[in-house]
Structures are given as C-alpha cells and as structure tokens.
Design a protein. Structure first.
Length: 323
C-alpha cells in the first residue's frame, strides 16, 4: 500500500513496516498519511528515510526499534506493536524521547492458547504423520499407539493472559494444570479459573513434574537460557516442550540432543534466537523425531491478525488525535 494522499495541510504520517490487516488500516487510520510496506523491515535505508517525517511507527517483532532507528525519526510520537512482546523496542530510549509504546495486549491470546493445546495433542498422540505409510499399505497401527492429553500435567512457565487462556482449555480437556509465576500473588483469583484450579509451583518442581511444559515469559536477563540442558534433563522422560514465547529462552541445541536421545517425547518451537531462521541455523533441527517447527506464527491467525491490527491502529489513532 503506497503512501495515502495527504489531506490539505499537515496531517500525521504513520509508517507500517510489517504485515497488517489492510481493512484495519483503512478503517482506523483514514485521514492520516500512511505508508504501508510490509517489506520495509528488510530495507533499512528506506525505513530510515521513511521515518524522517513520521509521527507514528507500527511494527511486529522483526523491526528493531532501537536508539539508532529512533534517531532517524525526530518527529516520532508513538510506536504501535502488532503483538505483545516488547524486546525489539528500546523502551528506555522511547521514554527518554517521550514516545508512547502501545502493544496489542490480549488480541492474540486465543490464537497462542490454541497453538499450545493443538501441538500438545499432536505430539502426545503421535499418529498424524502416517499418511504416506497408510497410503502405501504398510498399516503401522501398533507403532502409532500414542498418548491421551486427558490426565496429563500441563506446566505453564509464566501465568499471564495467554497462559491463563491455555489453562482454561487444558482444564476443559481433563488436564491437570500447574504454573510458575513469582509476580502473581497466591491469592490472585487467576489461580482459580472457571472449571477448575491451577496449582502454584516453584520452577524446579514445575519442570520436574510436567508432562507438557509450555513457556509464557518475556525475554529478560532472568529468562534468557532458562530452559537449558540441565532443565531439560530434569523434565520427565517422554515429556513435551512447547516454546511460543521467545527463542532465547530455550537452548535449541539441548532440545535437539534430548529429542535425538529420546528423553523428550516431542517439542514444538515457534520462536528462534535468529528470525527468520535460515538454512544454516535450521540445520540444527534437521531429521529430528517428534519435532514441530513453525515460523513465529502461534499468535497469528486470520482472526487474531484482524484483532491485533484493529487494536494497534486504534491506539495509534487515539494517541495522535489527542496529541
């Protein structure tokens, strides 16, 4: 989408560097000068040029909103984040400049929760990669006797909004659910969702006692490398690991080794330290059993993209209109 025609007089300019629902742009940012170019993230010189007179910047997770980029945007007033993670945005630099930052809180919670439950069921059951074998007449029935999700223990590292949506779905499927979140008081009603309760656990006990371990933490100094070879070794034999948080939280080489050795029963990785994952980095995961790799898509469905785009565009419009 090219820059929209500028109305008479000076109107705020919004630069959008990654994919976004175009209907939300039209509905919520009409009247502003908009530059929507989802490939702009990969053209840093063009991006800096576009920001020279921009009032607002809308990004996903790949655009690095650091001090250098902010220097190229002297008029910037607001950053909209199409998602909830903020590790690609220098919040201190934004605060120093008085630039507001708006994540799309809550808009993709359901999408991530469904991803976690869906991949857990897929990996526990283990029957769904048999199409070619069945079609070839080999009938590998005995080899594909997998496990039910009902009765299994789901461990949630972090118990924010997405983890709580995941817990509700897990409880409905008959799972037992535990979570570790040192920032959530023991008397918070979130531990007692409708349809069941969530056990509060310390991290070591959670790792050692979960049939399915799902990560729901931001990337911080404390969470970087949290799930390393030692943590994976303490997981029960045959456990499933799911990471739809941030790639740096998990030691990918340790996951690969645990899958190869058969200690992990399965893993789903949606996020990686390097994104996009190139062939060289991806070689680590080649030919591993019971592994699902997805391209940072857990929170992105057709429905969530509309919600995230609308919430972000509304926040940017409101901030520019009030300013």
């Amino acid at each position: 989408m090219p820059i929209s025609p500028a109305p008479q007089g000076r109107h705020p300019k919004v630069v959008i560097t990654e994919f976004m629902d175009e209907a939300a742009i039209a509905a919520e940012l009409g009247g502003f000068v908009t530059l929507y170019d989802p490939a702009l993230v990969d053209r840093p010189e063009d991006l800096r040029a576009a920001l020279a007179d921009a009032d607002a910047l809308v990004v996903r997770n790949r655009t690095q909103v650091n001090a250098a980029l902010l220097t190229a945007a002297p008029d910037l007033k607001v950053v909209g984040r199409l998602g909830v993670g903020l590790d690609n945005i220098d919040l201190a630099a934004c605060r120093a400049r008085g630039i507001a930052v708006y994540p799309a809180t809550g808009a993709n919670d359901v999408a991530v929760a469904e991803y976690v439950i869906g991949t857990a069921m897929l990996l526990l059951r283990g029957a769904y990669g048999a199409t070619a074998a069945v079609a070839a007449g080999t009938w590998p029935r005995n080899a594909l006797m997998g496990r039910e999700i009902s009765g299994k223990r789901l461990g949630l590292v972090g118990f924010g909004a997405i983890a709580r949506e995941t817990a509700r779905r897990a409880l409905a499927l008959g799972m037992r659910v535990s979570a570790h979140d040192p920032f959530l008081p023991a008397d918070d009603p979130a531990w007692r969702p409708e349809g069941g309760s969530v056990d509060r656990a310390d991290l070591a006990a959670l790792i050692a006692g979960s049939d399915v371990l799902s990560l729901h933490v931001p990337l911080t100094d404390e969470t970087k490398g949290m799930i390393d070879a030692g943590a994976i070794a303490r997981m029960p034999a045959g456990a499933v690991l799911i990471n739809a948080a941030r790639g740096e939280v998990v030691d990918g080489a340790a996951v690969a080794e645990a899958l190869r050795a058969g200690h992990l029963g399965g893993a789903a990785l949606d996020v990686f330290p390097q994104e996009p994952l190139d062939a060289a980095a991806g070689a680590l995961y080649r030919d591993l059993p019971n592994l699902i790799l997805t391209p940072h898509i857990a929170g992105v469905t057709r429905e969530s993209n509309v919600r995230v785009s609308r919430v972000t565009a509304q926040a940017v419009r409101r901030h520019l209109s009030e300013g």
